[in-house]
Ligand binder design. Structure first.
Ligand SMILES: [Zn+2]
Length: 132
C-alpha cells in the first residue's frame, strides 16, 4: 500500500483491537504455549525497530509495518525478539506496557534517560536520511 498520501483515520475500536493484538501473545502450537506460560499478563514477542510497538508474531509485525511504515523496506531481522533478549525461554514481563511514558523533561534527569533520548534522536536522523 505504498504511495498513499491520504492520512488514514482509525476508529477507537480499531485502535483498541490493534493494541490488544499487539500486547497479547497469540502464538500457537507447543512453542507458542511455552511462550505464553512465561507471562500471565500476556506480552509481545517482537518489537518494531522504528516505533517500538510490540507484535506477537511475524504476521502481526508485517501488518503493523504495512500500516505504520509502509514507505520503509520491511526487514524482519531488524525486529527485536524480546523473548530472546530476556533470556530465551521465559518471557516474563516482555513488552507488557507498564506505567506511563516518561516525558522528555523526566528523561533528561537520568543518564539512562539521556541515552534513550540520544538513541531516539539518532533513530529520527536515520529515518530522515532514508531514500524513499
Ligand atoms: Zn512501528
Amino acid at each position: 500500500m505504498a504511495g498513499k498520501a491520504k492520512p488514514k483515520k482509525h476508529t477507537a475500536k480499531e485502535l483498541a483491537s490493534k493494541a490488544a493484538a499487539a500486547l497479547t501473545n497469540k502464538g500457537g502450537g507447543k512453542s507458542g504455549k511455552a511462550d505464553r506460560l512465561g507471562g500471565a499478563a500476556g506480552h509481545a514477542k517482537f518489537k518494531c525497530p522504528v516505533c517500538a510497538q510490540g507484535a506477537p508474531s511475524e504476521k502481526t509485525a508485517v501488518a503493523h509495518w504495512d500500516s505504520k511504515h509502509a514507505k520503509l523496506p520491511f526487514v524482519f531481522a531488524d525486529w527485536t525478539d524480546a523473548h530472546a533478549a530476556s533470556g530465551g525461554v521465559t518471557t516474563q514481563g516482555a513488552a507488557v506496557k507498564g506505567g506511563k511514558e516518561k516525558t522528555v523533561h523526566e528523561l533528561q534527569k537520568t543518564a539512562a534517560g539521556r541515552a534513550e533520548l540520544a538513541r531516539r534522536q539518532a533513530e529520527k536522523e536515520r529515518i530522515a536520511n532514508l531514500q524513499f
